[in-house]
Design a protein around this ligand. Sequence first.
Ligand code: NAI
Length: 704
Amino acid sequence: MTAEYKVHGAVAVITLNNPPVNGLGLATRRAVVEGVKQAQGDAAVQAIIITGAGAAFSGGADIKEFGKESAMQEPNLHSVIAAVEQSTKPVVAAIHTVCMGGGLELALGCHYRIVAPGTSIALPEVKLGLLPGAGGTQRLPRALGVEAALNMIVSGETVKSEMLAMAPGQKLFDKLSASAESLAAEALALAQDVGERHAASSEPLPLVRNLPCKHPLGDAYFGFARNMVGGMSKNYPAPLKCVDAVEAATKRKIADGLLFERELFVNLMWTPESRALRHLFMAERAASKIADVPSDTPVRNVQKVGVIGAGTMGGGISMNFLNAGIPVTILETKQEALDRGVATIRKNYEAQVNKGKLKEDKYAQRMALLTTTLAYDDLKDCDLIIEAVFEELGVKEAVFTQLDAVAKPGAILASNTSTLDVDKIAGFTKRPQDVVGMHFFSPANVMKLLEVVRGKATAKDVLATVMKLAKKIKKTAVVSGVCDGFIGNRMIEQYSRQAGFLLDEGATPQQVDKAVEKFGFAMGPFRMGDLAGNDIGWAIRKRRATERADMKYSRTADKLCELGRFGQKTGAGWYDYQAGKRDAIPSALVEKLIEDHRKELGITPRKISDEEIVQRLVYALVNEGAHILEDGIAGKSGDIDMVYLTGYGFPIYRGGPMHYANEIGLGNVARAMERFAQNPLDDGKFWQPAPLLARLAAEGKSFS
Ligand code: NAI
């Protein structure tokens, strides 16, 4: 059942019931139209209430219907709203908890609206690169005023009902109920009252669509709004279209405005930006699901966390749990290291307090949850222990052997290793089923991404627990199998390799960075290297020299490191830096180093187009991503996209490397790779399209 119909005296109550948020899927839409019809035909009914069961009035469109035919099937939301507006008996929306998107548009079609305090109200469509397509841009400005409505529509942000109900002159809500608990009774009283009143008079029912809609400044206001919105939404077309739609509400008759809104909506549906944002929305939800771990897998209780190592990562990791109200004990080998780690945590919190982002009392509460120790015995009551010590297998072995000895049965033992074999680490214990990788990204208290590394033996309930916990600490968790570099770093290695070849062939670091940044990356590979430390890649390449001697590299980066130019931390890297500043200044010394290296190799530099730079870097990610999918390291292509969108600064509006490749067409991507394979200065073997990519391209399919 997706909506219930009940009659209380002279009032029919239609209760949307489509968990979890009463999404307006086809069956629910049908049920509303049926309910309204039934009430019309019942002479004893004088008024109708529409409300929602459970924890929402309605969250809007049913995401289970996304991209499916049923989303378009009649009655669509327009027809539902029309049926409500045309009801000859007054329809009262009784709104509580969540009223968003199509849910708010439905409410705006009702004749009266009563809302509970604390209700979250929003038209969030812009976050999917769209605009409200069922009258939201035409009715909300009429009900709430042009400016307040435009702010909500352009930002997609949630506003609490009591704030809106207090706005001067607003006609969005006829009444704010005294409490959430009293909403049902107050709605019934309101419905009885208006039902009786309208039954006894021929006065037309009030409709938002009939309200006037003007901004006192007219065109000047919309000019200003366009400037503001345009400046803030450079790569996204939807926000400016929202302005167009709201302006139409002030200039056109409602029927005309609704048609215009529809046209804009349909056009936005086809933009790559909206496709990317919708992909991200779905991929984010899908990432938390693991094919062979059912969603009802029981999870372990995590009430206390231990962190080993109070360095760069250990401190940031601890903050995540403290922020979520979970007590943390940090273990180190020396008191000084503990003191340094705790001081850094304090410094981070204090910076937030100074910026007004954290209240003093919250800061104190968080610090009160933190304890430190030098003794493993103090970790024996921890439910989860995360290791973040030096990246050396021997050190990890010492740590995990001791953990195995003291941790309580069922405690989850996690490693934050970024390159080591999680199965080997699990093998240091007698409980490999309890061992998992939790690969945080630096700074760990800020970065959204968490790669959850599933070992051969990792138990399903351990995975389920960690995925659930990730949500609690506000991370986007993506499961990765065990391999060198997991998903993200394994791919970035290929990207960095291409960046090196491009220098050898004729590009400069600044040209490569600019091209990639123009494509939309937050930072190009060389500025990124300088920020993260060029020595990290150097260490990996040294290891590779013995492990995978066949892997071809440009030597330029090694030469840079041989000069001690590790990046910002040494005041010089691919770029020069002025003391205390982060601005990257092109370096004559680096340019000469690159030129000398070319001469050594006998390469005559050529002019390389920005297009080639972007294609080689991005398609390198795509090809390695395809191998990762084929090897079963990532479960779905959307998971790879989530890693790149949340951990590596891939432009959101391009939807991640795999989605981007789908958009370009895998056939086109494979053909470009075959072309790159012909370049003798590049790695021809790498550019053979991964078998999965080649097959999908040949079949005209995409990764998803
Ligand atoms: P770090 O050098 O800043 O901190 C390591 C800390 O571990 C030091 O405070 C050290 O005193 C402590 N330590 C060393 N041996 C210990 C032992 N046996 N028992 C207790 N404490 C011990 O290193 P960082 O950067 O925090 O890295 C830690 C781990 O996180 C490594 O496995 C690294 O690969 C991984 N990682 C690092 C990232 C980064 O960007 N720094 C990103 C993701 C993972």
